[in-house]
Write a protein that binds this ligand. Structure first.
Ligand code: PLP
Length: 397
């Protein structure tokens, strides 16, 4: 049996009719950019997330870039983020001329470790006037970008305590976590709505995927929202008057139209992903494999949330990861390593001066994690096959 890591074809088959009708409507209207479909989608997300403002943009990457530009973060500033994420998280910080500062992860959740964060601010920074300065570089720490990796929210209560104490803006990278819930200050919140700003990616393989690139920013401050809307159009308002340098970060009508069709199904898909994750857990426990591999942990399961983890990825870890992956590949089971190299070890960030050993938990995760096939429509039969194939060599040795 061939099992892809992700199979979007079944989802498309069930929605092909309404998606095609929506695309036809956009073509008939000849309104392709920032029209009524984008507005409707922004409103739908505001309702879905209980967010005051939503701004559709061209991708998750452009969302973060626009946020940093609108906040006026640039040369002389530093932004703290995790060493274990997709490249874009750190690249955008560098692209606006600020310095990315990496912090290690919590080994259970793979998310930014609040204690490592606090340790950095306490030991390597100091207060100068009303600013927090990195002692070594004199850069001003302006913000943090926690990433809700694999669909599980960071420990936002702890991160919030640190951000309050040091007066940092919180920009949530919720690219992998749309629909994930968290109990924030004992209030039910959606991923992306707990910081000053948060953003989603609708890259086709994300839980809510467009038919191309798309993204969205959420924020709570009215003035910042206005600035972000202007930033999305080259910092322009009114036409041909540019307040500051933004970019072309606009969302296409066709993408918004498709996302409008899909959004009402998102909660169902998240529930199906969680059910599939539960089933993997049962199968791995039943077969005794949990002695040899570690399963994803669910720190918020007991909090009474519906979508405590939306399993963008189902990631296991094993000291025999590479041999296991080779074996699964031979058996035509798709797997992926997210991410094989910590951001601090990427060649393009060599100028930041990090070295191997700086973030032991990130490096360990880069060496022993493996994502298994998961998507809403995956069948129990397919999962049984994946689990039983995982069971046999090389883990037998
Ligand atoms: C996908 C992703 C992004 C970037 O989103 P794009 O829409 O691909 O630009 C940023 N951060 C994380 C964690 C992601 O997974």
């Amino acid at each position: 049996m061939r099992v892809p890591l992700l199979d979007l074809s079944q989802q498309y088959r069930t929605l092909a009719g309404p998606i095609r009708a929506q695309i036809e409507e956009v073509l008939a209207s000849q309104r392709f950019i920032l029209g009524p479909k984008v507005e409707a989608f922004e409103q739908a997300i505001c309702a879905y997330c209980a967010a005051p403002h939503a701004i559709g943009v061209s991708s998750g990457t452009d969302a973060l870039l626009a946020i940093l530009m609108a906040l006026g973060i640039g040369p002389g500033d530093a932004v703290i983020t995790t060493a274990y994420s997709f490249f874009a998280t750190a690249a955008c910080i560098a692209r606006v001329g600020a310095t990315p500062i990496f912090v290690d992860i919590d080994p259970g959740t793979y998310n930014l470790s609040p204690s490592a964060l606090e340790g950095f601010l306490r030991d390597e920074c100091e207060q100068k006037a009303d600013k927090i300065i990195v002692r070594k570089s004199d850069a001003t720490v302006r913000a943090m970008v926690p990433v809700h990796l694999f669909g599980l929210c960071c420990d936002m209560d702890s991160l919030h305590r640190v951000s309050e104490k040091y007066q940092l803006d919180v920009i949530e990278d919720a690219a992998q976590a749309i629909g994930a819930e968290y109990q924030f200050n004992s209030q039910l919140k959606q991923a992306g709505t707990m910081g000053e700003c948060g953003f989603f990616s609708f890259y086709p393989s994300k839980n809510l995927g467009a038919a191309g690139d798309a993204g969205l920013i959420m924020c709570r401050d009215d003035k910042l929202a206005e600035r972000l809307r202007i930033c999305r159009q080259h910092g322009m308002k009114p036409r041909y008057h540019h307040h500051f340098i933004g970019g072309n970060f606009r969302l296409d009508e066709i993408q918004a139209a498709i996302l409008n069709v899909k959004l009402p199904h998102l909660n169902g898909w998240s529930a199906a992903r969680r059910a599939a994750a539960d089933f993997y857990g049962e199968e791995f426990s039943r077969t005794g494999l949990t002695q040899k591999i570690s399963l994803p942990i669910e720190p918020y399961r007991e909090r009474g949330l519906n979508h405590h983890h939306i399993y963008h990825q189902y990631v296991i870890r094993s000291p025999m990861r590479d041999a296991l992956r080779e074996h699964l590949t031979r058996c035509e089971i798709g797997t992926e390593i997210y991410y094989p190299i910590g951001l601090h070890m990427q060649e393009c960030f060599a100028y930041l001066g990090y070295k191997e050993g700086d973030f032991p938990e990130t490096e360990r995760a880069a060496g022993d994690t493996l994502a298994l096939p998961i998507y809403p429509e995956i069948s129990r039969e397919t999962q049984k096959y994946v689990a039983s194939t995982t069971l046999v060599e090389p883990l037998e040795i």
